[in-house]
Design a protein around this ligand. Sequence first.
Ligand code: PMP
Length: 334
Amino acid sequence: MTPLSSKNDREVTLQQTKAATGASAVTVQAQLGQNTMERIGNTPLLRLESIARNLPGIRIFGKAEWFNPGGSVKDRAAANIVAEGRRSGRFMPSKILLDSTSGNTGIAYAMLGAAHKFKVTLCMPTNVSLERKRILNAYGANVVYTDPGEGSDGAIRKARELHAANPERYFYADQYSNDANWRAHYQDTAEEIWRQTSGRITHFVAMLGTSGTFVGTTRRLKELNPEVQCVSLQPDSPFHGIEGAKHMVTAIVPKIYDATLADEDLGISTEAAHAMVKTLARDEGLLVGISAGAAVAGCLQIAQRLVEQKKSALIVTVLPDSGDKYLSERFWDE
Ligand code: PMP
């Protein structure tokens, strides 16, 4: 893999930055990262001031996951799945990485494949956004398109079929069943949130897709403080427009999902998610994706209830990606 900059460039930058900030070289190096893997994680935790403006005692924060090099939270899971596959010997250099994806995991695999020189085949419904298809093409991934009517489940079935027909050819990463998915969040996302809030987090809120983000982060946060309330969110109907999210009651339930971890589970409508995406853009100056809008809409429901109960809270959610992949969606003009 080619480093981002030459060693000399990096040293100059580090020395200059160190001089300007007084930070240690090690810290600065960790922040900049040297290669694609190292640039994953340590995302900023943004305070959503306007959203919580009329909510006394409530602070809402969002983890800005589009700062990851592939542009989404899924870089974390994908990188850990690849690393664990290599460590265990299951992902041998001769094999092609195969998985089903609604887009972001595929982008992460494709980026890692390009950087680390392995081949990637992805199964994906044809109706994912054009922007996602273009990004995958840019990274050079091979995409097998599936029936949009069958949603992400159709893509899962296709990946299983390809793997069953040719098990020697593929490393089937299977993000829905792979423990390395949730472990990425157990090891990193939760620790970052704990550190960034100095352990003062009272509520953790996240949208369910594979459930890796919610399951891993919740498991670790509950160990650090069993009092932290963890709320999962999902679309409120099987036919929804929240890309990357799963309606668990009607979908193939991911093997890694553990519904008993949540203190509460809330349904969010696509309309509420769209409305919040617009509010975040226009009131907060944050251009986020639809599942991030849904996540903040969920935080707001919880916050309003806490205000009625005259309780204070520090709520943290995950903003899985930015809005630039969804700019062609019609809701912007409605
Ligand atoms: N939002 C978006 C935009 C996603 O791509 C995903 C991943 N499918 C999620 C939310 C859910 O994340 P997870 O798979 O970790 O549950």
